[in-house]
Ligand binder design. Structure first.
Ligand SMILES: [Zn+2]
Length: 252
């Protein structure tokens, strides 16, 4: 999971969402109305499909990847706060995330753990930096919770499920290869190859792996990963390279 920047929704789309929220506000059963409107084909074809979904795809990591696991294609518009518990947030743009069906349906479902003071435990990558709560172990591909919120997020979304851990371990190797290719492109002054590498960095699944590699660049774990290629390790640790790579990850 990486930090995601959420743009403002265009006024026309925001007004359409507000219309749906006012219908829910006025309903006798808000939960029933929220669920009915969410499934309504007219609402889908006029608001969700043409406006909300493309905006989420543009802000998602990789090529429209799930904002939680970063691996799968984002098939669902997920409600950070489940609509069955917070019906008035059903059409709230700030409550929408792009998710895969495995994270959304098989793991999260209607679960939304709260702390004792009532604040959410689940990390919202559009309002906070997941790295403050989650540490990615590059040697294994496992997440470790740094805080109770990190631990609750791993548990709720199943972030350490086998396929994700294996995929992250492979993504470490892919990212190392890309860094080597980038170093060679710069040495050869091959601008086209440099652009291709940066684009591949941005578009590969598991963007969180590259993000973790850059954040942990000065650490011992990264030294072990690059032990056979000290030239590329030195390249990775160059502050200018790190800044360019981090910007490439979030498409800026
Ligand atoms: Zn997912």
């Amino acid at each position: 999971m990486i930090r995601i920047v959420r743009p403002r929704l265009p006024d026309t789309a925001a007004a359409m969402l507000a219309d749906q929220t006012s219908k829910i506000e006025q309903a006798v059963s808000q939960i029933h109305m929220a669920k009915r409107l969410w499934k309504d084909t007219n609402v889908r074809s006029t608001v969700l499909t043409p406006h909300v979904r493309p905006a989420l795809e543009r802000m998602a990591p990789g090529i429209a990847r799930c904002m939680y696991c970063g691996e799968n294609y984002g098939t669902d518009i997920d409600h950070y706060r489940p609509k069955s518990l917070w019906p008035l947030h059903t059409f709230d743009w700030l409550n929408h995330l792009l998710s895969c069906s495995a994270c959304n349906s098989s793991h999260k479902g209607n679960r939304f753990p709260l702390a004792e003071d009532g604040s959410p435990l689940l990390i919202d990558p559009t309002t906070e930096d997941p790295a403050d709560h989650l540490h990615l172990t590059l040697a294994t591909g496992d997440y470790i919770g740094l805080t109770s919120r990190g631990e609750a997020t791993i548990k709720t979304l199943g972030l350490n499920r086998g396929v994700l851990v294996q995929g992250r371990a492979r993504a470490v190797r892919d990212t190392v290869r890309l860094m080597r290719e980038w170093r060679i492109a710069i040495e050869r002054q091959d601008i086209l190859l440099e652009e291709i590498v940066l684009n591949d960095l941005r578009q590969q699944p598991f963007t969180a792996v590259a993000d973790a590699l850059f954040r942990q660049a000065s650490g011992i774990a990264v030294m072990t990963i690059f032990s056979a290629d000290l030239d590329t390790l030195a390249f990775l640790r160059d502050p200018e390279v790190l800044e360019t790579a981090s910007r490439a990850l979030v498409g800026r």
